[in-house]
Design a protein around this ligand. Structure first.
Ligand code: PRP
Ligand code: HPA
Ligand code: MG
Length: 175
């Protein structure tokens, strides 16, 4: 309709920005592994793609886990949340390792925001341990282990989604 305000993306609604460098992300993943090391051992790591791939690689390396599987889920198109789509489920081999309920499996994602993605995977593997690097308050109750909580109105910028670029001085109105 003419004159109707355009729908805001999740990122625009978020307002605050929390940019994460590769270095910071690596350190946060290693901090996450320190905590997970107290909980394991785990038979396998299940990465929720795509965001869970990088933390899963780092965590699996630190924990000495060699079996890594994926569950491929899409919900955000860049920063617009849509319907959850399971593009690929877990392998039969991984499900078997977790005895059908996920016992001894470690699910890894980069973050929980509303918790919708986490809820879906938790329902698939109720006995698995669910770890994320970052958590927002709405999704936090779903996560067993995480490192940093950010407010719900913060948008996290991951290093694989960003690049170094010119930033105008604060004096000229930069946020
Ligand atoms: O708690 P939620 O509100 O469900 O949001 C969290 C999910 O959203 C992002 O994935 P996205 O759907 O953007 O796909 P991607 O991992 O391929 O980037 C992120 O990697 C989490 O998986
Ligand atoms: O804060 C976020 N940053 C990046 N991707 C996301 N997907 C859901 N929330 C976020
Ligand atoms: Mg994701």
């Amino acid at each position: 309709m003419a004159g109707e305000a355009p729908e805001l993306s999740a990122q625009e609604r978020a307002g605050k920005a929390f940019p994460v460098s590769w270095d910071q992300f690596h350190r946060d993943c290693r901090a996450l592994t320190w905590r997970l090391n107290e909980v394991g051992p785990f038979h396998a790591v299940i990465a929720i793609t795509r965001g869970g791939l990088v933390p899963a690689a780092i965590v699996a390396r630190e924990l000495g886990v060699r079996i890594i599987d994926t569950v491929c889920i899409a919900s955000y198109d860049h920063d617009k949340q849509g319907e959850l789509q399971v593009l690929k489920g877990m392998s039969e081999a991984a499900i078997k390792l977790g005895g059908g309920t996920g016992k001894g499996l470690l699910i890894v994602d980069d973050l929980v925001d509303t918790g919708k993605t986490g809820r879906l995977v938790r329902d698939m593997l109720p006995d698995a341990h669910f770890a994320t690097v970052y958590a927002k308050p709405k999704g936090r109750p779903l996560v067993d282990t995480f490192i940093t909580e950010v407010s719900q109105d913060t948008w996290i910028f991951f290093p694989w989604d960003t690049a170094l670029s010119y930033h105008p001085p604060l004096r000229d109105g930069a946020a």
